[in-house]
Design a protein around this ligand. Sequence first.
Ligand SMILES: Cc1ncc(COP(=O)(O)O)c(C=O)c1O
Length: 357
Amino acid sequence: MINLTRGVPAPESYALDDFAACFAKAMREDGRRACAYNATPGYAPLVELLADQQGVKTDQVLIGNGSLELFYFLTMTELEPGDKVIVEGPSYDRTNLLLKRRGAIPVEVALEDDGVDLNALEDAMKAHQPKYFYCIPDFQNPTGSTLSVGKREAIGALAEKYNVNILEDSPYRSLRYFGEDLPPLSDFVNPARVLRASSFSKTMAPGFRVGYLIGSAAILSRIKAFVGNSYIGPASVTQAAAYRFFKDGYFEPNLRKLKDLYRPRLVRTLELLDERLSCAAYTRPEGGFFIGVTLPEGNRMETLIPAAKAAGLNISDGRGFYLDPSLGERFLRIPFCGLKPEELEAAFDALVPLIQR
Ligand SMILES: Cc1ncc(COP(=O)(O)O)c(C=O)c1O
């Protein structure tokens, strides 16, 4: 079977020898601190390093066991059951799940190729008075789309006008294979109402479970109190190793290696789409892990998933990325990151004959 399902880093991308060196050095040089309880906001050297990198004070940093765990904490302190949160349609399914689990009400606003539909966003802000807008501006999961600078600016103004906080989720941001970085969404938002989330899951390895929130000290102080009372602080041994990965100069060369690994996979997938599936509409991302494909009318997940399985290919159910599943009937997420070019070709060999044109 070929799996076009999991949007996770390629296992061959993990810098295992360098990780081993970092763990050894972390233990030798600061093991007693790394092995102790490290209360929130996290292992102090990493908190300071992140603050320094992001140009913020240390009270604007909170580390967690992956960014997903921090989203969970945020739902507990920032939301009450019944509160509305705007999400992109489609969006990262696990965040939708966490919102629902809290009893909050996610409200979907359609994505366009350059990010959320601004008119629909303003209508939703007016109609629902949401507490938050959860936005994945860079190489979005699941579509691969990137929010334009103009829309970033407009979202900052809308957030202010309608008193909405912003949760910017950017785990793929530094995996840019072509083109120039755009300023983060948070640059355009009143600093009192924005948090930016990221993690080392995609740039080192997800098993470290090191993620972080950067932004409003007032919002973070509420989350920190909840975190402290829940589990004192996140695992600090992996934070200590992650800190060494930066400090000893491994991070940047590793990032270059990751880009060299993923860039040809993106290029090959776009070529395959252009050559063999040009009847579909798809994004042309310049980075990240995903290409979002809208299949022509007549295709349906209900029949495509079993047909693909019979042809040796597992695909994600596009309906799972939407709050209104019917919108995802023809939506196919291609996580090009996880497959070698020859595997991508085999995936297209299996998929293309099944597509209704
Ligand atoms: C958009 C997005 N946010 C958050 C996460 C979770 O990342 P972490 O490993 O930091 O919990 C993922 C993981 O795939 C993701 O795609």
